[in-house]
Write a protein that binds this ligand. Sequence first.
Ligand code: PMP
Length: 361
Amino acid sequence: MSRAFNFSAGPAGLPEAVLQQAQEELLEWQGERASVMEISHRGKAFIACAEQAEHDLRKLLDVPPDYAVLFLQGGATQHFAQIPMNLAAPGQAADYLLTGSWSLKALSEAGPYVDAQSIASSEGDGFVDIPDAQAWSVRADAAYLHYTPNETIHGVAYDYVPEAGAVPLVADYSSSILSAPLDVRRFGLIYAGAQKNIGPSGLLLMIIRRDLLERTGQARARIFQYAAHAKEGSMLNTPPTFAWYLAGLVFKWLKQQGGLSAIARINAEKAELLYRTIDESAGFYRNPVAKRARSVMNVPFTLHDPELDVAFLEQSKAAGLLALKGHKLVGGMRASLYNAMPLAGVKALTEFMTEFARRHG
Ligand code: PMP
């Protein structure tokens, strides 16, 4: 076995114990004499597996009963469009906070359905900070306020939950869900693509306050209506069964780690070590994000001389540190430190970085 430390932004590394369990039970699952991928989603065994996953997720995040949990498809991008379709009347106001590429994309996909407006944006400064909580206000007639708690590309995260009064708060938690506890009651709708902290791609997790399912919206076909998915227990059509099963294993793994408070402490320690290595490198490495807005999950950084990028990437890969190339929009490097990345991986990375700086400084 030569599994490396994988810093991919997504699809990202999964806990090794989870992959091992999936491998052990891949051919024959729970006495079914078939793989979990090869059985009906409507059979007793899979229904039990699906319900257990929802139960464990509800425990982990302390999801109140007046919220539905949906296991959907389409990725976060599809729901950039589907959320306005479900929550707003045609052309109704919908407000957006812009802190990076993903919130921009959410705004642009909403355009055909709502009067989508940015009410605060850090684009002018190159997306290196979050807006002050007092610097914006939501339109009173807005169907919802949308924001992105963690911007995967820019490495920018909120250190507060936006307050929108009676307007429901919608959050794209794709790259930070389950990385720390959160108060679900503050939100109208939380959604997250699975491929970072939940499981394989192809699954989208949604937590939605049940009163929002009663909005008429503008989705015509049932397949686009969240209320229809909720009514059918996310089995309106065939769900991504393997991804749902694997997400269930990840939820169990998280419980074994001590739950979200415990994982949050490890995540903070990992991020602190990496940011300290960058900040104490005398300018060899740089992260441009305001300290209060630095992401614990995605850490972009540049080398003082971009000519060294190729050597850094080649040597880090040879040292067993994978996928450190930054997103093309910001350049340089990016280390993603999702839940499955152990502290040992970040230690190996920071030791490599310090040694690389010593040799090339
Ligand atoms: N939102 C955020 C915050 C993301 O990080 C990503 C993917 N990296 C997306 C949305 C888009 O997800 P998908 O490709 O699953 O549509």
